[in-house]
Design a protein around this ligand. Structure first.
Ligand code: FAD
Length: 472
């Protein structure tokens, strides 16, 4: 049985890009539908990404804190502090369920029609929905379409994922026991966050990274070097400039072979191997070839500055197209794309998209780093203020890290901010605001910041670029 429905706008994918676009569109008066095949809204981020990882990061940190620092911080705990992995996972699942369910409630509130199924193009205006829970097949006739199908994990050539012993981030978020030895291919943000979780819970973690530095694209080299030192102090091991050749499961262990920076073959035996070498755009089952949608060499959907594909009434946002694969970038694009449809204009500043690594301490940055500015031949000055000299950081014993400002040498305009520190992910929002309004360092340090707060380190970081801070 098939039924046909018409909508002003059909959005394919209910991740942060798609669901935000759907709500915004409904708010702006479009008759809007969203098709999602996962069985839950929220996409990668809410189901197998940002949200479950942050739950595990938070609770594993709490565990480690209590275990290692409880007594010195004045908490006496009779008996040994041990992790409870069943409850840890339950808490994570609860957070995921509440948030994905919340999006469904928002759809009802704003009148977004939700189709649970796989969407595939019949032609440029018609989309077939194959329901995942049985029932009728639907054909949606759409004036406009937004493709927001996201991304999935990039495979590592020759390594077979079983999500048990050889896992992706999805498997690493749901391990049933704490592996004694965890090997990770890839020292990017996802690898380091997952490594932190299991390191805190007791695993011996070894990260094998192809590049000379950890952190991945965009992380300032000085920041990358410093956070590597901090994570090493926490017990993680790093093999950088190392090229993985094989990863093979042998019963209950995984054997990893890599070539080290000197070209020598080395071996690691692990209980679990996490492959975290990046993500790739996802358009399987979409039948995009049928309508001739344009892709680039990296399989990203090609769009213009108004999110239009080569077929103008089909727009595209989020991980499946250009730019950093981040939830907030997808969300902002969702809003901008819908605003383009409604009003002919929208806004995302791609020079000011924050990136956050939720290790402890966190790493966060926005704008440009030193390497990018050198390459562009822009004259800049830097200033750095350490948390060691911040009174709040001292009182709570959180003194690792610094706030680093980079500003134009002539105009003093802020070009980038790079932070290692507790709650750096929250603090970076102040930098985003400053960059968006074209602030100079002086604009920032003339703003009164509360005492005693970490944000005073932000203010003093701004003071340090063209002068001296007070407390250092
Ligand atoms: P997705 O979230 O991937 O959503 C796309 C949706 O489309 C999926 O649910 C999929 O099922 C659906 N879909 C695909 N094809 C079809 C079809 N044909 N029919 C119907 N439905 C379809 N980002 C951050 O900003 N902060 C973080 O802390 C963070 N942590 C992460 C941690 C991990 C472990 C991972 C894996 C990712 C993390 N990310 C984080 C990245 C973030 O999850 C993505 O950038 C974000 O989800 C992209 O949103 P999206 O809407 O473009 O795509």
């Amino acid at each position: 049985l098939t039924f046909i429905e018409s909508h002003d706008l059909v959005i394919i994918g209910g991740g942060p890009g798609g669901y935000v676009a759907a709500i915004k569109a409904a708010q702006l008066g479009f008759d809007t539908a969203c098709v999602e095949k996962r069985g839950a809204l929220g996409g990668t981020c809410l189901n197998i990404g940002c949200i479950p990882s942050k739950s595990l990061l938070n609770n594993s940190e709490l565990f480690e804190r209590v275990k290692k620092e409880g007594a010195t911080r004045g908490i006496n705990i009779p008996g040994e502090v041990t992790p409870n992995i069943v409850n840890l996972m339950k808490e994570k699942d609860k957070a995921v369920k509440q948030l994905t369910g919340g999006v469904e409630i928002l759809f009802k509130k704003y009148g977004v029609k939700y189709y649970k199924g796989n969407a595939s193009f019949i032609d440029e205006h018609q989309i077939k929905v194959d329901p995942i829970e049985g029932g009728e097949e639907a054909i949606l006739d759409a004036k406009n379409i937004i493709v927001a199908t996201g991304s999935d994990v990039s495979p590592f050539p020759g390594i077979t994922i079983d999500e048990e012993r050889i896992v992706t981030s999805t498997g690493a978020l749901s391990l049933k026991e704490i592996p004694k030895r965890l090997a990770i291919i890839g020292g990017g943000i996802i690898g380091l966050e997952m490594g932190s979780v299991w390191n805190r819970l007791g695993s011996e973690v070894t990260v094998v990274e192809y590049q000379k530095a950890i952190g991945g694209a965009g992380m300032d080299a000085e920041v990358a070097k410093n956070i590597q030192k901090i994570l090493t102090k926490q017990g993680m091991k790093f093999k950088t400039g190392a090229k993985v050749k094989t990863g093979v499961r042998n019963g209950e262990v995984v054997d990893v072979e890599y070539e080290d920076a000197k070209g020598k073959t080395q071996k690691i035996e692990a209980d679990v191997l996490l492959v975290a070498v990046g993500r790739r755009p996802y358009t399987e089952g979409l039948n995009a070839e049928k309508i001739g949608l344009d892709f680039d060499k990296k399989n990203r959907v090609v769009i213009d500055s108004q999110y239009q594909t080569n077929i103008p009434h089909i727009l595209c946002i989020g991980d499946v197209t250009f730019g950093p694969m981040l939830a907030h970038k997808a969300e902002d694009e969702g809003i901008a794309a819908v605003e383009f449809l409604k009003n002919g204009f929208g806004h995302v500043n791609y020079n000011n998209i924050p990136a956050v690594m939720y290790t402890h301490p966190e790493v966060a940055w926005t704008g440009q780093n030193e390497e990018q500015l050198k390459e562009a031949g822009i004259k800049y000055k830097t200033g750095k203020f350490p948390f060691l000299a911040n009174s709040r950081a001292k009182t709570i014993q959180e003194t690792d890290g610094f706030v680093k400002f980079i500003a134009d040498a002539d105009t003093q305009r802020i070009l980038g901010v790079h932070i290692i520190g507790p709650n750096a992910g929250e603090m970076i929002a102040e930098a985003n605001l400053a960059l968006e309004y074209g602030a100079s360092c002086e604009d920032v340090y003339r703003v009164c910041h509360a005492h005693p707060t970490m944000s005073e380190a932000f203010k003093e970081g701004a003071m340090t670029v063209f002068g001296n801070p007070i407390n250092f």
